[in-house]
Design a protein around this ligand. Structure first.
Ligand SMILES: Cc1cc2nc3c(=O)[nH]c(=O)nc-3n(C[C@H](O)[C@H](O)[C@H](O)COP(=O)(O)OP(=O)(O)OC[C@H]3O[C@@H](n4cnc5c(N)ncnc54)[C@H](O)[C@@H]3O)c2cc1C
Length: 156
């Protein structure tokens, strides 16, 4: 990273930032350039790497593209603030952001889908007492993203 003074290397801080975001932008390979899709998510650290969970409908463009190529990039950001100045060149912008890549798999097993849905709901709501029926779990597609590369940058 060119601005090493802004790089976040602490794993705990990276995880904290991810959990502070409400939207993960997935960059999916497509013939004409990346297809970027914003998604809500659940997140946890598992066996030394980050794991995102997403839920979506059973069909659509992103699923079709992911079947062809499950390798994705992603980005999340938060802590936005404009720093105003008298001159345009004096303006600045504060942020915290995370960029990475990884591999998507479709979660098929019902208990694993319920666990992923709970993670998503915990992240969206801060509640932990969610329960899902088999029918509810089976009515959605659950995507799991195993992170292979992760960097963070912060201007505060
Ligand atoms: C903050 C945020 C959070 C979201 N969270 C979720 C989530 O958790 N789960 C979920 O399934 N969806 C979520 N969405 C909607 C998501 O971005 C997609 O619209 C949805 O997943 C359908 O994707 P698809 O590839 O199947 O699109 P399709 O329905 O197949 O649509 C195909 C075309 O529609 C256009 N399109 C699709 N989505 C969008 C979009 N968001 N904005 C503009 N154009 C679009 C694209 O040009 C695309 O080529 C969220 C959107 C936002 C903004």
């Amino acid at each position: 990273m060119r601005r090493q003074d802004r790089e976040i290397t602490d794993r705990e801080r990276l995880n904290e930032l991810i959990l502070a975001c409400d939207c993960c932008r997935l960059g999916i390979a497509c013939e004409n350039g990346p297809y970027i899709v914003p998604l809500n998510f659940g997140y946890e650290e598992m066996e030394g790497h980050g794991v995102f969970y997403f839920h979506c409908a059973k069909e659509g463009r992103k699923l079709a593209l992911l079947r062809a190529n499950p390798h994705v990039g992603f980005e999340l950001d938060t802590n936005h603030k404009v720093i105003a100045a008298d001159q345009a060149c004096g303006y600045s912008f504060l942020y915290s952001s995370v960029i990475g890549c990884g591999v998507i798999t479709v979660v098929g097993e019902t208990t694993a889908k319920k666990t992923a849905l709970t993670k998503i709901m915990e992240h969206c709501s801060s509640r932990h007492d969610w329960a899902f029926t088999n029918t509810e779990a089976q009515s959605v597609t659950i995507l799991r993203l195993d992170v292979t590369e992760l960097t963070g940058k912060e201007h505060r």
